[in-house]
Ligand binder design. Structure first.
Ligand SMILES: [Zn+2]
Length: 251
């Protein structure tokens, strides 16, 4: 069964939250999902959801575009919940031009993850190089790290692989113009790739530009099978095994 390592069921844009929760709970191809917070309030909601639904786990953190609440103590306390499997998503995003502030949040949260022996989920929007620079200059995630919805960049990818960091594939690899992504898929070793829908965002083909949903995880696995020339079961099993190795609190 698949582990969807990145969903936003309590996303601010999603009105039919209940429907998505039911879809996950009733799909017997989905073993579990990691529901990712974007700030303190969505992180708290995520923990509540994972307490009520056994397939749900949480990643909690302050996303680089939501750096308005500098309450790291609350984050530290919340992260000790048994269903919190990672700190994230955290990182840097050039959509906003407050990179210095984003860096401060990013570094603080990597330190929290290291103190609590948790992995981190990275959001990098045009910032792979800046993030690697932070790892080299300030602090590296000590308990694992995954770049979610990785933006193709072979040079950065080599660094990530060398450090044993994971790459998570989402809908983007199914798009027709995804040549560079295909190269990335071929470069990432078997033991370092994960799958995610990132729903309700970035729907895979054949649903591009529509609202994404948890059941679409199969299209991403199918695409990986096609590129890697492996069976559906093999890819599914490999990605779930990888997810359990990285997110040690998954049961
Ligand atoms: Zn996300």
């Amino acid at each position: 069964m698949a582990i969807d390592t990145h969903v936003h069921v309590n996303s601010l844009v999603l009105k039919n939250q209940e429907e998505h929760i039911q879809e996950i709970n009733t799909n017997n191809q989905i073993e579990s999902v990691i529901n990712v917070g974007l700030n303190l309030s969505t992180s708290k909601e995520s923990i509540l959801l994972s307490t009520k639904n056994h397939k749900f786990y949480s990643a909690i953190g302050i996303h680089p575009l939501y750096t308005e609440q500098e309450d790291f103590q609350s984050l530290y306390d919340l992260a000790q919940n048994q269903k919190v499997v990672a700190i994230g998503e955290i990182g840097l995003d050039t959509t906003k031009n407050n990179l210095e502030e984003q860096k401060k949040y990013f570094i603080r949260q990597i330190i929290i993850a290291n103190n609590l022996q948790l992995p981190v989920i990275i959001h990098a929007n045009n910032t792979n190089k800046e993030i690697i620079e932070i790892f080299e200059k300030y602090v590296k995630p000590k308990y694992g790290c995954v770049f979610h919805c990785f933006q193709p960049d072979i040079e950065s990818l080599k660094y990530l692989i060398k450090n044993g960091y994971y790459i998570s594939f989402a809908g983007r690899i199914t798009y027709k113009n995804a040549k560079k992504s295909l190269e990335v898929v071929q470069t990432v070793p078997d033991e370092l790739f994960l799958v995610e829908t990132d729903s309700p965002y970035i729907a895979p083909e054949p649903f591009k530009n529509m609202r994404n949903r948890p059941n679409n995880i199969k299209y991403i696995i199918e695409k990986l099978c096609e590129i890697k020339k492996r069976s559906y079961e093999e890819i599914e099993e490999q990605t779930s095994k990888n997810a359990r190795r990285l997110f040690k609190k998954l049961k």
